[in-house]
Write a protein that binds this ligand. Structure first.
Ligand code: ZN
Length: 117
């Protein structure tokens, strides 16, 4: 004749064992999918705070000599090609910045002479 108390205790042990311990826990799939691009239609523009200089060892800026007054000056290379270059001394209009980028110094129309270094 089975002892009620013993049967209850056996049931309790079975219950406390819980689910089959040999079963592996279900793996979560939430982390597997690749995140969708937030805005595929737009590409972000990258801005460098300190862009590497491509013309790093820049040759010494060409010096020019104002024909009217003979003052030596340099043309700011950041000027647009259509920017008017004036002599810093006499303010004579010497030409356009684009004309000062000729390396030969053969610059018809420019009222300045390239000074060879
Ligand atoms: Zn001048």
């Amino acid at each position: 004749m089975a002892d009620i108390a013993e049967t209850t205790a056996r049931l309790e042990r079975l219950r406390s064992a819980g689910p089959d311990p040999t079963r592996k826990p279900a793996r979560s799939l939430s982390g597997g999918a690749t995140a969708k691009a937030s805005d595929p239609g737009r590409r972000p523009t990258l801005h460098l705070k300190n862009p590497p200089s491509l013309s790093a060892p820049a040759p010494a800026a060409a010096r020019w000599k104002c024909k009217p007054c003979g003052t030596l000056f340099q043309v700011d290379e950041s000027l647009a090609a259509t920017e008017v270059v004036r002599c810093p001394a006499c303010n004579a209009r010497l030409g356009r910045a684009g004309q000062f980028r000729v390396e030969t110094g053969d610059t018809p129309g420019v009222r300045a002479r390239l000074v060879q270094q």
